[in-house]
Design a protein around this ligand. Structure first.
Ligand code: FMN
Length: 199
């Protein structure tokens, strides 16, 4: 089983990246055999989708092909998305435009939103409503919101992090992994050739 963890912040050394690392360790604690593909969109700084992508030159050559291949061979996705201006980040939206070859198709996705304050609901609403049509990602019905992100530090959380957060994360990750295992057979019976894009 392979899981991609996508950190969708625009900032280097972001809270989203830091939280992605905790989630990676949590997943490995639940199942040491999971392969993790970590993707830090801040570090990669992929350009916005443009028609140039089709030419396969520059970053759209070897670099993108390797990312696309890693996403394609993943069985599930965790997208760690900060709230910027009450929205999902442009980097988060961009990756859904860039992945036009079925990389996400009919695979479970878990949204983890991050806020330094009391936000975090908007990126979830936005991704749930607008990212799935052509990618066919299957967002699971649970999500995680990390508020007061700077105080999130498993084992020694700050006073603004609720006590139940770690057990909630463990519950959601277990649920996500159950979706990942059980949705695998579904992909064998899906014909994407006739209707590759959603309606
Ligand atoms: C451009 C920008 C806009 C932001 N807008 C919001 C916002 O609307 N709501 C919110 O809760 N936090 C907002 N934040 C703060 C983020 O929650 C904070 O940076 C947090 O650490 C997660 O982002 P990071 O992963 O980039 O560190 C904003 C941050 C930036 C850089």
């Amino acid at each position: 089983m392979k899981i991609s963890i996508i950190s969708a912040s625009h900032r280097m050394n972001s809270q989203s990246k830091r939280i992605s690392n905790f989630l990676k360790n949590d997943l490995l604690n639940l199942n040491p055999n999971i392969k993790i593909f970590p993707l830090d969109l801040a570090k990669l700084a992929l350009p916005l989708w443009s028609p140039d992508k089709k030419k396969g030159e520059g970053i759209w050559g070897k670099t993108w092909n390797s990312i696309s291949k890693n996403l394609d061979s993943s069985d599930g996705f965790i997208i760690v998305v900060p709230e910027y201006g009450g929205m999902a980040t442009p980097a988060a939206k961009n990756i859904f435009l860039l992945c036009g070859n079925g990389e996400f198709a009919h695979k479970p996705g878990l949204i983890v939103s991050v806020s330094s304050g009391n936000g975090g609901a908007y990126p979830i609403a936005e991704l749930r409503s607008s990212s799935y049509k052509n990618t066919h990602i299957m967002w699971i019905p649970e999500n995680i919101i990390i508020r007061n992100a700077e105080e999130f530090n498993p084992g020694e959380h700050g006073s603004n992090i609720p006590k139940w957060i770690d057990s909630r994360i463990e519950y959601v990750l277990n649920l996500f992994l159950a979706y990942v295992s059980n949705m695998k057979p579904l992909r064998k019976i899906i014909n994407r050739k006739d209707f590759g894009n959603g309606m």
